[in-house]
Design a protein around this ligand. Structure first.
Ligand SMILES: [Cu+2]
Length: 145
């Protein structure tokens, strides 16, 4: 039952951006979500974002059916203290690769809408500045790979 629902969410997210399918798109790969050691409603997600196109792209938002709230954060050291803040936009230059990694840019995933366990896969949809969307698959893991 639970897996069926996740699969359905995944299919919906992949099927939605049906237009402009032949145009060059950035790619989100190697997505994973760190499951907190205790049952906290906040998780961090990471992925590799690549722009293989010859024009720049901008990621302006992220969302997931599996979480009530999803945002893009960046961790920075300010005055010796690690702080997170919401990133308004991620610029991906032509040909650029951006690693969302612990200690840097990450997804902040708040309040899961379905019970999530290690090994589950959820879809996260990134909104581009030009109106297109790109979906990435994120696997729940207990620690870093
Ligand atoms: Cu954060």
């Amino acid at each position: 039952m639970r897996m069926n629902r996740l699969v359905l969410l995944l299919l919906l997210a992949v099927a939605a951006p049906a237009f402009a399918s032949d145009a060059c798109m950035p790619v989100a790969s190697d997505g994973w979500i760190r499951k907190p050691p205790v049952n906290l409603p906040v998780m961090a997600g990471y992925a590799k974002l690549e722009n293989p196109c010859d024009t720049a792209a901008t990621i302006i938002a992220a969302s997931s059916e599996a979480f009530a709230d999803t945002s893009i954060h960046e961790t920075r050291i300010e005055d010796g203290v690690s702080r997170m803040r919401v990133t308004p936009a991620l610029e991906l230059a032509a040909g650029a690769t951006l690693g969302m990694e612990p200690g840097g840019v990450h997804l902040m995933l708040v309040n899961p809408t379905v019970p999530l366990q290690v090994g589950d896969k959820v879809s996260v949809v990134f909104a581009l500045g030009d109106g297109r969307t790109l979906a990435g698959e994120f696997e729940l893991r207990s620690t870093a790979p």
